[in-house]
Design a protein around this ligand. Structure first.
Ligand SMILES: [Zn+2]
Length: 166
C-alpha cells in the first residue's frame, strides 16, 4: 500500500476514515500491484482552497484550476477524495509515474484499472465525478445528504473547526 495515501486517509473526516481505508485495501487487492492507486487529495483546508481559487485570477500566476471558493468543495470538510494511478514504469520497485488514463488496463484483467476503482467506491455509496455533467474523473465524495452550504453553516456554529460534527 502507498504510505502517502495512508497518511492522507487520516486527514479525511473522522466519519470516513475507516471506510476509506477499507476501500483503499480493496483497491490495492483489485489492482494487483501493477499500477497502484494514490489518493492525490483528500482534505483541503479553507485557506488552501482559497489559495487554489485565486490561482489564475486577478493576475495570480497559473491557470484556473477550480470554480470552488473556500467552503464550496467537499474536500474542505474531508468528505472527498481525488485519485491518480501511479505506475512503476522503469520496474525498479518505486511507483514514480502518475497516470490519469481512465481506460488503461495495467493489470490485464480486461477492466480498466480506473473503473475498478470507481466500482469499489460506488459499492460503498460514494458519488463519482465521472457521472456529472461537468466531468471530474478523479473525484469521489460522500456527502451524507448535506450540501456544502449546510456544512459551511454547521462549521460556523462550531467555531470554524476543520471537521464539523453532524
Ligand atoms: Zn476532488
Amino acid at each position: 500500500m502507498d504510505q502517502i495515501t495512508l497518511k492522507r486517509i487520516e486527514l479525511l473526516h473522522p466519519k470516513l476514515r475507516d471506510e476509506a481505508l477499507a476501500i483503499y485495501k480493496e483497491i490495492c487487492t483489485e489492482l494487483k500491484g501493477k499500477a497502484m492507486c494514490r489518493f492525490a487529495w483528500t482534505f483541503r483546508s479553507f485557506a488552501e482552497q482559497q489559495q487554489l481559487f485565486r490561482q489564475g485570477r486577478n493576475g495570480v500566476p497559473g491557470s484556473i484550476v477550480t470554480k470552488a471558493q473556500a467552503g464550496d468543495s467537499y474536500h474542505n470538510y474531508g468528505l472527498a477524495i481525488d485519485i491518480v494511478l501511479i505506475k512503476d514504469t522503469d520496474g525498479n520497485g518505486s511507483y514514480e509515474t502518475a497516470s490519469w488514463e481512465t481506460k488503461a488496463d495495467f493489470d490485464n484483467d480486461k477492466v480498466a484499472d480506473w473503473m475498478e476503482v470507481v466500482r469499489i467506491f460506488k459499492k460503498y455509496g460514494w458519488e463519482w465525478g465521472g457521472d456529472w455533467k461537468f466531468l471530474d474523473l478523479p473525484h469521489f465524495q460522500k456527502t451524507f445528504g448535506k450540501t456544502c452550504m449546510q456544512l459551511k453553516a454547521i462549521r460556523r456554529t462550531q467555531g470554524g473547526i476543520d471537521y464539523p460534527n453532524f
